[in-house]
Design a protein around this ligand. Structure first.
Ligand code: BG6
Length: 506
């Protein structure tokens, strides 16, 4: 399905890293895969004083970095669609100039009024740019649709998220707003819906009668890299859990939508957010755990601790690891604990959802009780994308010993087809006006409401411990104690879907 009507794609913050690494490559990929219409243009906007030629040459370099040299011709053709307009974000006159530029390009390249404005800027500019666009009439849809795409973070806390919401909705309609959560653009995250709702075998078991608990892990091997300045004001709970991982939980926990219409799916997602049991301030230290990586040797190389990273305060109390236990109070999930953890400088990069099914009501076989990792369904989001079912089988030979076995499916076996990047998918959907995979205002607000008691306690109550953990380990020592139950711990995933344990290949 290609996009038929012409459009202009305006990227604010176009001289930054995201444009180079993700946005321009995603648009290029849509172009080479013939998914864009004949008439379109991309305008980079930022404070840097580039000319069109300079911007084109910067973006050519960025594309060449990610692509084979034999596509130079295609890059050269694509790059002619790029323009650049320097802009002072706070100056109303420059928006007038942008409007004139848009008009000139529309006339020259035979493009209608459809326009997307993509905010890839520091979040402080989120209330400012859309308001100026509106004052210049650039949000008006009389000559074609106008859409605003915003990168996370949508606010810093509940108060600022509500302010941002009010500010945006003053000038823009909700259906013009596309809040990007790049996790929703991942094929395997979308596949959660397909796995659950296209198969008769899982759904009957997908509830509190059969599920003991649900675990969601997102671990990263890297530290904060060059983003210390941003990260130190954010932390794992804001950076990963409030948005990406709660969205993943929502897809794993939602009811089947009546149809595949964006509104129907997003209504079900919202209901999950609305059913999250509020965490009480006094229980924060029992249900939430935070940690910060300390320096350590990984594969014989010393890596710095978080407080030694560039841009990070030497007294920082920002968490680089967060784990939460919570409940979804609804008919399906009553009483089933959900556990989420996310951290930087953990042993490996893995994102997965693990459904832990209940044991049989009665142990017939002695060793069955010890099979702590039986009865699991692992939905692997990345890497080695796929699905793994772990269950008990008879160990060959005398007696009735039970051993844990695996049945695994790897997404890579499904197709040789190119899998589009998350940004490619989301940009394509936004141009097409499909908002299914974008976060709606109410979801964002509910997610903030849910994490606020934890954020507040971590900020204000200095008796809540911040544990250190050596870089390259699975987080604070007490993390397993968050999960209640004999023999039950977090799964310790390896690079390969089918393996787990603390000694596997990472
Ligand atoms: C971003 C976070 O939203 O997601 C980063 O700001 C994090 O800190 C990244 O590293 C993880 O994304 P992915 O797609 O690599 O899992």
């Amino acid at each position: 399905m290609e996009i038929k009507s012409s459009f202009i794609y305006v990227i604010f913050g176009a001289s930054g890293d995201l444009a180079r690494r993700k946005l321009i490559p995603a648009l290029y990929s849509l172009f080479v895969n013939k998914l864009l219409p004949d008439h379109f243009a991309i305008i980079g906007v930022a404070r840097t004083e580039y000319s069109d030629a300079q911007f084109r040459s910067e973006m050519t370099a960025a594309l060449q970095k990610h692509n084979e040299t034999d596509v130079v011709d295609k890059i050269n053709t694509f790059i002619t669609r790029l323009y650049y307009s320097p802009l002072t974000y706070n100056d109303p006159d420059t928006y007038k100039r942008l409007e004139n530029r848009l008009q000139t390009i529309r006339n020259q390249d035979d493009i209608g009024g459809n326009t997307l404005f993509y905010l890839s800027t520091p979040p402080e500019l989120y209330p400012i740019i859309p308001a100026h666009l509106a004052s210049s009439g650039l949000n008006r849809e009389d000559n074609g649709w106008k859409r605003l795409i915003i990168e996370k973070p949508f606010g810093y806390d509940l108060t600022s998220a509500l302010e941002l919401k009010d500010r945006l909705l003053k000038d823009w309609k909700e259906d013009q707003l596309y809040r990007i959560d790049h996790y929703l653009g991942k094929e395997t995250v979308q596949n959660l819906l397909v796995t659950r709702f296209s198969n008769g075998i899982f759904e009957p078991l997908w509830n509190s009668n059969y599920i003991h608990h649900v675990e969601v892990t997102s671990s990263e091997g890297l530290g904060v890299e060059q983003r210390g300045g941003y990260y130190d004001k954010s932390g794992a709970l804001r950076d990963m859990i409030q948005n990406h991982l709660l969205q993943v939980v929502a897809l794993a926990a939602m009811e089947p939508p009546a149809t595949l219409q964006p509104q129907a799916i997003r209504n079900e997602i919202l209901k999950v957010f609305q059913s999250l049991r509020p965490i009480k301030t006094e229980e924060v230290s029992k249900v939430a755990l935070r940690g910060q990586y300390t320096n350590s040797k990984i594969k014989n190389e010393m890596v710095p601790g978080y407080r030694e990273e560039d841009g990070v305060s030497e007294y920082s109390t920002t968490e680089t690891y967060a784990a939460l236990k919570f409940y979804i109070d609804n008919w399906r999930w009553g009483g089933v604990p959900f556990y989420i953890r996310s951290g930087k400088r953990l042993p490996t990069r893995v994102t997965e959802v693990v459904i832990h099914f209940k044991q049989t009501p009665h142990f017939l076989f002695g060793h069955q009780a010890n099979c702590s990792s039986c009865n699991q369904l692992v939905l692997r989001i990345q890497p080695d994308e796929g699905m793994l079912l772990k269950f008990g089988m008879k160990t060959p030979g005398a007696g009735f010993d039970v051993q844990n076995v695996n049945m695994d499916f790897h997404y890579s076996d499904l197709t040789d087809q190119r899998i589009p990047s998350a940004y490619e998918r989301l940009i394509f959907d936004a141009i097409n006006g499909d908002s299914t995979l974008f976060a709606r205002t109410e979801e964002v607000i509910e997610a903030w409401k849910f994490v606020m008691p934890v954020l507040d306690a971590w900020k204000n109550d200095h008796t809540v411990p911040l544990y250190g953990y050596p870089a390259g380990t699975w987080g604070p020592k007490g993390a397993d104690e968050l999960i209640e139950g004999k023999w039950i711990t977090w799964r310790y995933p390896c690079k390969n879907l089918a393996d787990d344990g603390i000694y596997c290949e990472l």
